[in-house]
Design a protein around this ligand. Structure first.
Ligand code: SF4
Ligand code: SF4
Length: 371
């Protein structure tokens, strides 16, 4: 199987202010291009795009291609489960939304300390085993957002999990917060396949400082920053698929250009990437991946990842004009950073363990005029 996976989480939109308004015609074109080149792995999840991603999979892929010509991965939204009774209801809803009889790959979405304990106590693993016996789940895994010690515990207790979806990218590789390398090594220790998510850290590794970009260009004048980020992950032994949340045809074409006939990193490319990592790590203000989990339960309706994006852009460029314009645009019809109610829901959900309330306070100080 080719190693590029199509993540249906940052699809092109018809209305850029409405995350649920997926541009189905463009996604159909992208799906066709992807399939034509022999790529076949598609990834969706219950909450993506305000719960419209699974339907987009049905319209763009399932209705238009033979069922055995693609691999479909979906995920049980552990954050929505409040008792064991929820599992069958959600699972059937997902099959119906996707228009399929079974999932090739099915994951428990976002396993971390709290969701792991809950899944154990609600019988989530038993439910999965039952669906596997029924043939409605072919392969089982989980996406993981916590420390390697917990990953070790889950993998030890659940040999039925064939693969793990991990957040790996060259910037987080040695990050003391994310500990990507240690998580990777834990999964390898148990011999599990690895699916990579966030290979470019939600786009953060696309807009990198000029000095870093020059190092990449000196070696590979035509190679994009995405190419370096994706190939770093795809070069790691045990990685079966690298997911990319592609939002435009150009991104898809670029990804396919180097993942079609994939060539792993050589020693020099590893060294260059390590140098770039140091430069980017010094310049990045806040390591948000734009996964949007924090926005699911925010009573103030604050577009947290967009605000962080505007703030990061300001920190990198020091261009208040542009960044401030983005901030005001993102805030239109939603909550300002200063409207945070301090409930902490967002921080409970953030896989990067960001201190979102403190960050929002800094963002309000930066962008909101003082009276
Ligand atoms: S702490 Fe603030 S930003 Fe976070 S969920 Fe609550 S209101 Fe929203
Ligand atoms: S703040 Fe955290 S939860 Fe929210 S989008 Fe960023 S990384 Fe995801």
């Amino acid at each position: 199987m080719k190693k590029l996976g199509f993540g249906f989480m940052r699809l092109p939109l018809s209305d850029k202010n409405d995350f649920g308004s997926i541009d189905i015609d463009t996604v159909k074109k992208m799906t066709d291009m992807f399939m034509e080149k022999g790529f076949c792995y598609f990834d969706t999840a219950f909450p993506y795009h305000r719960e419209k991603s699974e339907e987009a999979i049905r319209e763009c892929l399932v209705k238009r291609y033979p069922r055995d010509s693609f691999i479909l991965a979906d995920k049980m939204p552990t954050a929505r489960v409040t008792s064991g009774d929820d599992y069958p209801v959600i699972f059937e809803t997902q099959l119906e939304r996707c228009g399929v009889e079974y999932f090739d790959c099915y994951l428990l979405h976002n396993i971390w300390k709290k969701s792991y304990r809950e899944t154990e106590s609600f019988g989530g693993f038993d439910f999965i085993r039952e669906k596997m016996k029924e043939g409605r789940i072919k392969h089982f895994g989980f996406s993981f957002h916590d420390e390697p010690e917990l990953l070790d515990e889950v993998l030890k207790n659940h040999p039925e999990a064939e693969f793990v979806q991990l957040q790996l990218n060259y910037l987080d590789w040695e990050s003391p917060g994310v500990r990507a390398r240690e998580c990777y090594e834990t999964a390898r220790k148990y011999g599990r396949d690895i699916i990579v998510m966030e290979p470019n850290k939600g786009g953060s590794l696309i807009n990198i400082p000029k000095e870093a970009e020059e190092l990449f260009r000196a070696y590979d004048p035509d190679g994009s920053n995405a190419k370096w980020a994706m190939r770093f992950c795809a070069s790691l032994p045990g990685v079966r698929v690298v997911l990319s949340g592609m939002s435009a045809i150009e991104q898809l074409s670029d990804n396919m250009s180097f993942m079609d006939d994939f060539r792993p990193f050589n020693d020099e490319e590893i060294k260059i990437t390590e140098k770039v990592r140091d430069i980017v790590a010094k310049s990045a203000a806040i390591g948000c991946t734009k996964c949007r989990y924090c926005t699911e339960d925010c009573p103030a309706g604050i577009p947290i990842p967009e605000f962080i994006d505007a703030y990061n852009s300001y920190c990198m460029t020091k261009n208040m004009g542009n960044a401030g314009m983005y901030y005001r645009r993102y805030a239109m019809g939603r909550g300002l950073a200063s409207s945070c109610l301090d409930c902490g829901n967002c921080e409970q959900r953030c896989p990067q363990h960001l201190k979102i309330r403190k960050i929002l306070s800094g963002i309000a100080d930066t962008f909101e005029p003082k009276n």
